[in-house]
Design a binder for this molecule. Structure first.
Ligand code: HEC
Ligand code: HEC
Length: 407
């Protein structure tokens, strides 16, 4: 059933069915596979797209140095922050990767409504402070005792995100409409957010909650909220533990810390031009790919997407394999309880599965140390697929895991 759905949805939307059709026949033993050429050598993660022109490559390198730059107080770091460089957290597999590094969010429910507790410095914690400045000592924030909800979020990898940045908004609406039509029990939701950089309402696709629509805006948000660096586009410094009076402390660098938004554009360039993870399919992984589609994993973890028309050849109608629909799904008890940028407490973005072989802790809070645990934790709209996984015979479960580890 699911494989049929997938083929239909894939064809209807993108007329790209190659990968899916090579997955074999549902309900029949797979036909003997013709010998396949060896997989191409694994492109090193953390390197630029091979399709960049010279000017784009220069922009990638300029962005890379901003991404690596270690900031100090004079350069605007803090007064509270989580770390002093983008590269401090985005490390695994190559520069721009994810890591098991977690950040903390908190909140509470008041009269049935989520309260982000900004007066206590919520919802995101900045764990470090810049220390003593004059008579003030800036310390890291802690979860206030009034908070009833505490959630951890794992650092996600940035490889290939330029393709995701260049998916037209209409495609996400089409995917959501299609899911609603053919399989409402798993249907995801588009999260329309205000994109600070363009000043437009756009489809959110980045972050565990689809909370940002573009890499530009995510860069500004991360500069501000992970590092405490303000820019003209993101000028409002975080009040340490909610105490805004502390921002008047003498000796803090002038606001905004950056005189212009150039760093945000450089950071967005670096991320956009980062090469995607390269899957390594082979004869052993083909069976797992079929099971993935058959038991409904591919209904949310869409294997194939395509960028829209673009003046840059690197992004012009490029077919890529993120294994995500980048929509919000109601994940029941797996949700992190945080309401953010239009995403509900139980709603989470379908985690892209490309590059999974580089990931060591799974799910938004890194709670799972192996893939079967990550799968069986799916609740809400993901529960039925997780149950079908648990119902598989051991060799088939192993085949699915083998496939996931080839991504
Ligand atoms: C303290 C660690 C830390 C630092 C420093 C950090 N990040 Fe992140 N990054 C994270 C975490 C955690 C997430 C997931 C956040 C979420 O979705 O709530 C994330 C997510 C992202 C995403 C979304 C990726 C996706 O899968 O959609 C982007 C883009 C990003 N970071 C860029 C940056 C940039 C640019 C910088 C530097 C300005 C930066 N990050 C600094 C930890 C960090
Ligand atoms: C209803 C949509 C949906 C279905 C169906 C679904 N998933 Fe997921 N999947 C998600 C979402 C949403 C997340 C992120 C959940 C979180 O961490 O809060 C996720 C996360 C994951 C992760 C963790 C990835 C990471 O980087 O941490 C893996 C692995 C995974 N899914 C595999 C599967 C497999 C295998 C199946 C089929 C048995 C499946 N999923 C079915 C939506 C779905």
């Amino acid at each position: 059933m699911s494989r049929k759905l997938l083929t239909v949805s894939c064809c209807a939307l993108f007329v790209v069915c190659l990968t899916v059709q090579s997955h074999g026949q549902a309900g029949r033993p797979p036909a003997p596979q013709p010998p396949q050429p060896p997989p191409p050598p694994l492109g090193r993660l953390g390197t630029p797209l091979p399709t960049l022109n010279k000017a784009e490559l220069a922009r990638f390198n300029a962005g890379l140095s901003v991404f690596n730059e270690v900031h100090d107080v004079a350069a605007g770091l803090g007064p509270v922050f989580n770390d002093n460089a983008c590269a401090a957290c985005h490390t695994d597999g190559g520069i721009g990767g994810g890591s098991p590094r977690l950040v903390t969010r908190f909140g509470r429910v008041v009269d049935g409504q989520f309260d982000a507790m900004t007066e206590f410095g919520g919802s995101l914690i900045q764990v470090k402070g810049i220390g003593k400045l004059g008579t003030t000592t800036f310390v890291g924030e802690v979860v206030p005792k009034q908070a009833t909800i505490v959630a951890q979020r794992r650092t996600t990898p940035l490889f290939g995100l330029g393709f995701v940045d260049n998916i037209p908004d209409t495609i996400f609406h089409q995917i959501a409409d299609h899911q609603m039509l053919v399989n409402p029990t798993i249907a995801g939701r588009v999260n329309v957010v205000f994109d600070t950089v363009s000043g437009q309402q756009r489809v959110g696709r980045f972050g565990w909650k689809c909370q940002q629509a573009t890499l530009h805006s995510f860069a500004g948000d991360a500069y501000l909220n992970e590092m405490g660096i303000t820019t003209p586009l993101f000028p409002a410094e975080n009040c340490p533990q909610g105490n805004c009076a502390l921002l008047n402390t003498r000796g803090l660098p002038p606001e905004p810390n950056e005189p212009d938004n150039n760093d945000l554009f450089a950071l967005a360039d670096f991320m956009a031009f980062l090469a995607p993870p390269q899957a390594r399919p082979n004869q052993q992984t083909a069976a797992g790919a079929t099971i993935f589609a058959q038991i409904g994993c591919a209904d949310c973890h869409l294997p194939i997407l395509q960028t829209g028309p673009n003046t840059s050849a690197a992004f012009n109608q490029v077919v890529f394999t993120p294994y995500s629909d980048f929509l919000l799904h109601d994940m029941g008890t797996l949700g992190d309880g945080i309401v953010q940028s239009g995403a509900g407490a139980r709603e989470m973005r379908t985690a892209p599965l490309w590059g999974l072989s580089q990931v060591t802790r799974y799910l938004h809070d890194g709670r799972a140390t192996n893939l079967p645990d990550a799968i069986t934790a799916h609740d809400g709209q993901g529960r039925a697929a997780a149950k079908r996984f648990s119902g598989l015979a051991k060799p088939q479960r192993d085949q699915l895991v083998l496939f996931l580890n080839s991504l």
